[in-house]
Design a protein around this ligand. Structure first.
Ligand code: ADP
Ligand code: MG
Length: 397
């Protein structure tokens, strides 16, 4: 990695201003339903505490739209973090106001202060330079570790780096190393497994990966736009009628580059989006009217499993079926299982995308993958080959 990390800098007697992603899901009563993001930040926070730094944390939570709204307070996150690190986490009552200033002023080395939700201030998302400067006054070094937000140029993710030396924390380091290496220097065969609902969501990813992979496997709702472009009947399956030319040009591009592009051989159809709908399995060129495609069929499961069996690097973005409904989850399960075999055989598997990650977690296979990216939108933009503003501002090695 060509960006400086927290290991390249001395933190003794320093204040580390750390952007974490504590945008945790909560239920109606405000209980945390999944604290993965808090746990993902622990290596960086613990390292800084070991180095005896003062640790000042910044994060957003939800969309309070620039107004103070205690529904989006970071209190539950601060409490959970305190349990994990076994020491108090002082939550300031504001972001850059009197309370924040007093809390930081009162810190000893090895203490942790969390500022309130940065999105309580409208200047955060506007990447206002004055606000960034006010945040920067709390630290001597900026540590960026919120991979989930590095695709946004906000004051706490990018702006502060104008005023402080900026380095990557361990989470960002891991994301960049694993995904960056897979894209730039992959063990081959390199296979991309792309699904999800719409081809329009994945155009950038397909266009970037087509230059890098040996095989592109298509599944999910976007298959039907490709099938339509091939002149096939797709019944009531999801179609983006304005993307037919795009689908054709992507297929032509794959052919031109010598990238093999595979499509589902058979489909599990349903009458409607429900778990007790009538189902039918047909070859993908024989979809009857009045039916809708919701999953890949058994022949495709076997075919894709065989293709993946030889892969040395796999990037997966987008479930191959409506995995939220158990009757249409078999395809996605088969892909996830095939990917665990890749890892068993010494290959690398990377999962990017919120729903794909959720599917793998739900199946209990998360720890059998090489890497599940913690950033939904950020990992997608990374796979698209875009420059991420929160990464671009970090100091070069
Ligand atoms: P990710 O979050 O991993 O990038 P997407 O958001 O692109 O994935 O796609 C996930 C959604 O795609 C899921 O909600 C799933 O139900 C839907 N999906 C998959 N296959 C189909 C299909 N055949 N028809 C409609 N929706 C589908
Ligand atoms: Mg999604």
């Amino acid at each position: 990695m060509n960006k400086k990390t927290i290991e390249d800098i001395c933190f003794c007697s320093k204040r580390a201003l750390v952007r974490v992603d504590f945008n945790i899901p909560q239920d109606e009563e405000g209980n945390i339903t999944d604290d993965t993001r808090i746990r993902a930040a622990l290596p960086t926070i613990n390292y800084l505490l070991e180095k005896n730094a003062k640790v000042i944390l910044m994060s957003h939570l939800g969309r309070p739209k620039g107004k103070v709204n205690m529904k989006y307070s970071l209190k539950p996150a601060a409490e959970r973090l305190s349990q994990y690190i076994g020491k108090p986490v002082t939550l300031a009552e504001d972001v850059v106001g009197e309370s924040a200033k007093a809390c930081v002023e009162a810190m000893n080395f090895g203490d942790v202060v969390m500022l309130e939700n940065v999105r309580f201030d409208p200047r955060e998302e506007a990447n206002d330079p004055e606000f960034a400067k006010e945040l920067a006054q709390f630290g001597d070094i900026f540590v960026s570790d919120a991979f989930g937000t590095v695709h946004r140029a906000h004051a706490s993710t990018a702006g502060v780096a104008q005023y402080l030396p900026a380095v990557a924390g361990f989470l960002i380091k891991k994301e960049l190393e694993i995904m960056g290496n897979a894209l730039e220097n992959p063990a081959r065969p390199f296979v991309a497994m792309l699904g999800g609902k719409k081809v329009s969501d994945k155009i950038g990813v397909i266009e970037n990966l087509i230059n890098k992979v040996d095989i592109l496997i298509i599944g999910g709702g976007m298959s039907y736009t490709f099938f339509k472009a091939m002149g096939r009947n797709i019944g009531n399956s999801i179609l983006e009628a304005d993307k037919l030319d795009l689908a054709k040009s992507l297929m032509a591009k794959a052919e031109e580059k010598g990238v093999k592009m595979y499509f589902p051989l058979d489909i599990v159809l349903g009458k409607d989006y429900s778990n007790d709908t009538e189902t039918l399995i047909v070859d993908s060129d024989k979809i009857p009217d009045d039916w809708e495609g919701f999953d890949i069929g058994p022949k495709t499961r076997e075919f894709y499993t065989n293709v993946l069996a030889d892969a040395k690097t796999v990037v997966w973005n987008g479930p191959v079926g409506v995995f939220e409904l158990p009757i249409f989850s078999n395809g996605t399960k088969a892909i996830a299982m095939a990917m665990t075999k890749v890892v068993e055989n010494g290959g690398i598997t990377i999962i990017g995308g919120g729903d794909s990650a959720a599917a793998v977690e739900q199946m209990g296979l998360a720890d059998k993958m090489t890497h599940i990216s913690t950033g939904g939108g950020a990992s997608l933009e990374f796979l698209e080959g875009k420059t991420l503003p929160g990464i671009a501002v970090l100091a070069d090695k």
